[in-house]
Design a protein around this ligand. Structure first.
Ligand code: NDP
Length: 288
C-alpha cells in the first residue's frame, strides 16, 4: 500500500527590505534537496512597519524558522520569547526557531565566521590577537564571538570613530575582552604581533569589487591570517593583495555558508551538507 501522501511543506525563509537579491535561498534549498527534506525557504519582502504583523504570521502559518536581514535584525528582538546570550550582547538576531509557538532568537553570523576560521583556516581564536576593519553589524557579530571564544586582544579600526568606540565599549563591558580602537588612516600598519586581520567592512562587495581597504600592505607578513567577510566575489582584491604578501587567506563564502549551516541545524536538527551549500552559492555568484 502507498504511504500516506502529504503535499504540505515545512516553511522557513528570510524577512528583509530589500530582500530580492538575498542569495541564502539558493544554498538552503540546495541543502533541503540534498537531504530530501520537504522544506522550503522563501524571500519575504517585509516593510519595517509590517514587522510585528509578519512575526505574528509566522506563528499563524506554522513556520519552522526565519532569518532576519536588513533592517530587521535589531527590531525583531521585542517580539521574541527568548534570545540567546550572544545575540543579546550583539543586539541583533539573524535566525529565529519556532518551537511549539515559541519564538527563539539566535545569531549565527559570528559563529559562521568562527567555524570558517577553525575548519578552513585551522585557527583557534583562543589566545590570538585580532585586528578588525569595520564596526558595523558583521564586525559586531564577529568580535563578540571572538571575545567569547577567548581572543587575547581585539583592535577595532573604523572610519567613523564614534561607531568604532561604541563597539569597543560593548566588547569590554559585556565580554571582558581586551579591546581598543584605532583610527583609520591611509597608511594603516598591521602590528607585527597580530595573528589575524579581518576586513569586516563592505569594501570590495560586488559590483564595487575593484575597491580594497586602504592600508600599508607592506606590513602584511608571511603567515598572517587574512580574512574577508565579502562573499561576492569570494576572491577579493584585498585577499589577492594579502596572498601576494604570503598571508594565509580566508574568504567570506565560508562564513556565509556556515552561518546558514548553523541555522539549518537549528531548524531541522540535521547536520547541513556544507559542501553542497558552498557549491550552490559559488555557482550562483559565478553566473553573475
Ligand atoms: P554595516 O552597514 O553595518 O557596516 C558597514 C561597515 O563598513 C562600517 O564599519 C563602515 O564604516 C564600513 N565601510 C563601508 N564603506 C567604507 C569605506 N569606503 N571606507 C571605510 N569603511 C567603510 O554593514 P554590515 O556590517 O552588515 O556588512 C558589512 C559587509 O559584510 C557587507 O558587505 C556584507 O555583505 C558582509 N557580510 C558578510 C557575511 C557573510 O556571511 N560572509 C555576513 C554579514 C555581512 P563606517 O562605520 O565608518 O561607516
Amino acid at each position: 500500500m502507498k504511504d500516506q501522501t502529504s503535499y504540505r511543506m515545512e516553511l522557513t525563509g528570510v524577512f528583509g527590505f530589500p530582500v530580492d537579491e538575498n542569495p541564502t535561498v539558493v544554498m538552503i534549498e540546495a541543502a533541503f534537496r540534498a537531504l530530501d527534506l520537504p522544506w522550503r525557504y522563501l524571500n519575504l519582502r517585509v516593510p519595517p512597519a509590517d514587522l510585528p504583523a509578519a512575526v505574528k504570521g509566522l506563528r499563524a502559518m506554522g513556520f519552522r524558522g526565519i532569518n532576519l536581514t536588513i533592517p530587521h535584525k535589531r527590531d525583531v528582538i521585542p517580539y521574541l520569547d527568548e534570545v540567546a546570550d550572544n545575540a543579546r550582547i550583539m543586539g541583533a538576531v539573524n535566525t529565529v526557531c519556532i518551537e511549539q509557538g515559541r519564538l527563539i532568537g539566535a545569531n549565527t553570523d559570528g559563529k559562521g565566521f568562527l567555524r570558517a576560521l577553525n575548519d578552513d583556516a585551522q585557527v583557534n581564536p583562543d589566545g590570538r590577537k585580532f585586528m578588525i576593519l569595520g564596526a558595523g553589524g558583521a564586525a559586531r557579530a564577529i568580535t563578540v564571538e571572538l571575545a567569547l571564544a577567548g581572543a587575547a586582544s581585539i583592535v577595532i579600526v573604523n572610519r567613523d570613530e564614534g561607531r568604532g568606540r561604541e563597539l569597543v565599549d560593548l566588547l569590554v563591558e559585556h565580554t571582558g575582552a581586551r579591546a581598543a580602537y584605532q583610527p583609520w588612516n591611509d597608511d594603516l600598519a598591521i602590528p607585527e604581533d597580530t595573528n589575524v586581520l579581518v576586513n569586516a567592512t563592505s569594501i570590495g562587495l560586488y559590483p564595487q569589487d575593484e575597491e580594497m581597504p586602504r592600508l600599508n600592505y607592506a606590513t602584511i607578513k608571511p603567515g598572517l591570517v587574512v580574512c574577508d567577510v565579502i562573499p561576492n566575489p569570494p576572491r577579493t582584491r584585498f585577499l589577492e593583495a594579502a596572498a601576494a604578501r604570503g598571508a594565509v587567506t580566508l574568504d567570506g563564502l565560508g562564513m556565509l555558508v556556515y552561518q546558514g549551516a548553523i541555522a539549518f541545524k537549528l531548524w531541522t536538527g540535521r547536520e547541513a551538507p556544507v559542501a553542497v551549500m558552498k557549491q550552490a552559492l559559488a555557482a550562483e555568484f559565478a553566473a553573475q
